[in-house]
Design a protein around this ligand. Sequence first.
Ligand SMILES: *[C@@H]1O[C@H](CO)[C@@H](O)[C@H](O)[C@H]1NC(C)=O
Ligand SMILES: *[C@@H]1O[C@H](CO)[C@@H](O)[C@H](O)[C@H]1NC(C)=O
Ligand SMILES: *[C@@H]1O[C@H](CO)[C@@H](O)[C@H](O)[C@H]1NC(C)=O
Ligand SMILES: *[C@@H]1O[C@H](CO)[C@@H](O)[C@H](O)[C@H]1NC(C)=O
Ligand SMILES: *[C@@H]1O[C@H](CO)[C@@H](O)[C@H](O)[C@H]1NC(C)=O
Ligand SMILES: *[C@@H]1O[C@H](CO)[C@@H](O)[C@H](O)[C@H]1NC(C)=O
Ligand SMILES: *[C@@H]1O[C@H](CO)[C@@H](O)[C@H](O)[C@H]1NC(C)=O
Ligand SMILES: *[C@@H]1O[C@H](CO)[C@@H](O)[C@H](O)[C@H]1NC(C)=O
Ligand SMILES: *[C@@H]1O[C@H](CO)[C@@H](O)[C@H](O)[C@H]1NC(C)=O
Ligand SMILES: *[C@@H]1O[C@H](CO)[C@@H](O)[C@H](O)[C@H]1NC(C)=O
Length: 464
Amino acid sequence: MDVLCLSFISFKLLLFFSGLCYATTDTIRSSQSLSERRTLVSKDQTFELGFFSPGSSKNRYLGIWYKKIPVQTVVWVANRLNPINDSSGMLMINRTGNLVLMSQSTSIVWSANLTKVSSSAVVQLLDSGNLVLRDEQDGNLGTYLWQSFDYPSDTLIAEMKLGWDLKTGFERRISAWRSPDNPSPGDFTWGIELQENPEIIMRKGSTKFYRSGPWNGLGFSGSPELRLNPIFKYKFVSNEEEVYYMFNATNKSAISRIVMNETSNALERFVWNEENQSWKLYASVPRDRCDNYNLCGSYGICIPSALPICQCLEGFKSKSLESMDWYQGCIRNKPLNYSKADGFIKFDGLKVPDATHSSVNRSMNLKECREKCLENSSCMAYTNSDISGGGSGWTMWFGDLMDMKQFPAGGQDLYIRMSASEKGANDEHKNIPIIVFTTIAAVAAVAVLLLIVGFILSMLLLNN
Ligand SMILES: *[C@@H]1O[C@H](CO)[C@@H](O)[C@H](O)[C@H]1NC(C)=O
Ligand SMILES: *[C@@H]1O[C@H](CO)[C@@H](O)[C@H](O)[C@H]1NC(C)=O
Ligand SMILES: *[C@@H]1O[C@H](CO)[C@@H](O)[C@H](O)[C@H]1NC(C)=O
Ligand SMILES: *[C@@H]1O[C@H](CO)[C@@H](O)[C@H](O)[C@H]1NC(C)=O
Ligand SMILES: *[C@@H]1O[C@H](CO)[C@@H](O)[C@H](O)[C@H]1NC(C)=O
Ligand SMILES: *[C@@H]1O[C@H](CO)[C@@H](O)[C@H](O)[C@H]1NC(C)=O
Ligand SMILES: *[C@@H]1O[C@H](CO)[C@@H](O)[C@H](O)[C@H]1NC(C)=O
Ligand SMILES: *[C@@H]1O[C@H](CO)[C@@H](O)[C@H](O)[C@H]1NC(C)=O
Ligand SMILES: *[C@@H]1O[C@H](CO)[C@@H](O)[C@H](O)[C@H]1NC(C)=O
Ligand SMILES: *[C@@H]1O[C@H](CO)[C@@H](O)[C@H](O)[C@H]1NC(C)=O
């Protein structure tokens, strides 16, 4: 159509008003609408919004996909629950300023559900892939009445937040499509769980499926391999106003997306490969069997390279008599005293335990943490809450420790409460004075030796 317009430039005005020709645009105003025949294209041509049919389905959905990527990759769907069964779909801003999707047979198919009435609302598809509704009379371009980034489908793209606005209690959570033909929300979801020590959790229905492990200042405890990479940077923000995870491309031409897949039960990050014009799988969780939530039971440790992969932590034995059944977890060889008489054994290279029942203090050091943990009979482990810059703050776990994994490299230290009679439970804090004493003694001994040698030498010289 655009080509037609250019060649018959004198008819352009006529064609425009007859509705046969449109210049590409990223915006719809109150008087305009978007039908099946048109799309919105973001300014830099990265994203496109329009109607599509997923897989082999004939249903019509309003969605956003990458304009320049030939394999249509939908990142957002508006009417996930209410497909349109003909080509009468029409997106518009109605007279009270609401963004509505209409069809011939069912009238309002989907709406942005705005409560605020606005007479000068415009909807725009931004270069980030965010579809935003704003008041044209509001000079602040960053203030939105509504935005698609707040209602994610199965995909997280750069600059989208996964998590919570704590002031309003609003959550942004990802949910897989039911199937490649049906974008309605499946039971496989991914979101941040609000607890004193938040974690990103994947659930299958209401059951925990995979957890990221808490944020440790460098990354998530369960993904030590992702801390540094050339493609994207990411952050985790947790304060009084919001808790969210977000990633951003380090280079605008590096396109990557995270998508949940109900068919493969995986959360996958793809990176666009320009040379081969295809999506390349960059990372996927669960990575191995050890990522299955709590596979080894309490006080069990999952080691991907071991056989069997479930083992008991040092100082523990299998709960079940048949040693082949390691899924039931482990019990202590020696009972705790539940007093200051107990000690700790340091384990390293771990994904730290499920943080649902844990507590964080960013201003105290590990030594104070040890004392505080011993004072509380349900405190079973502690470690630094932030491992960047040598470590700071603490996290304490209460109750049985679950879902731990051993990494060959990059895991975290964890101090686990043990009976003092368990060999090695006199932990390093008690060893430090001994080491210091030994060092002082060694230095003193060398100094004395040097003095004696010097004395003998000087005596010899004097005698000559
Ligand atoms: C489309 O859906 C409407 C309402 O659900 C229904 O009345 C109509 O018969 C359907 N049309 C077709 C072609 O299936
Ligand atoms: C605009 O759409 C909203 C949401 O569907 C609806 O509540 C409102 O009544 C509509 N306004 C008009 C003028 O139709
Ligand atoms: C709008 O409200 C209706 C009715 O409460 C609800 O079914 C629908 O899911 C809402 N739409 C969005 C986009 O939140
Ligand atoms: C971004 O990536 C493109 C293509 O790989 C490359 O040509 C360009 O130099 C990169 N820019 C930066 C700032 O790294
Ligand atoms: C993401 O990175 C782009 C440049 O690659 C930058 O323009 C943008 O401001 C960044 N967004 C956020 C939220 O940091
Ligand atoms: C999910 O995985 C299946 C099979 O592995 C694949 O055919 C499908 O395209 C994937 N869906 C998404 C949204 O990536
Ligand atoms: C593109 O595909 C070819 C053949 O499959 C492969 O050899 C090459 O490494 C790929 N390029 C990139 C950048 O992955
Ligand atoms: C627990 O500690 C107390 C006081 O130190 C001691 O008397 C008692 O024997 C200990 N009990 C066990 C089971 O170790
Ligand atoms: C952290 O510990 C310090 C020192 O004991 C205490 O003053 C502070 O209130 C604690 N903070 C929290 C959030 O518990
Ligand atoms: C131990 O700490 C937990 C969590 O902070 C708390 O609920 C419990 O009351 C404490 N128990 C004791 C004996 O202080």
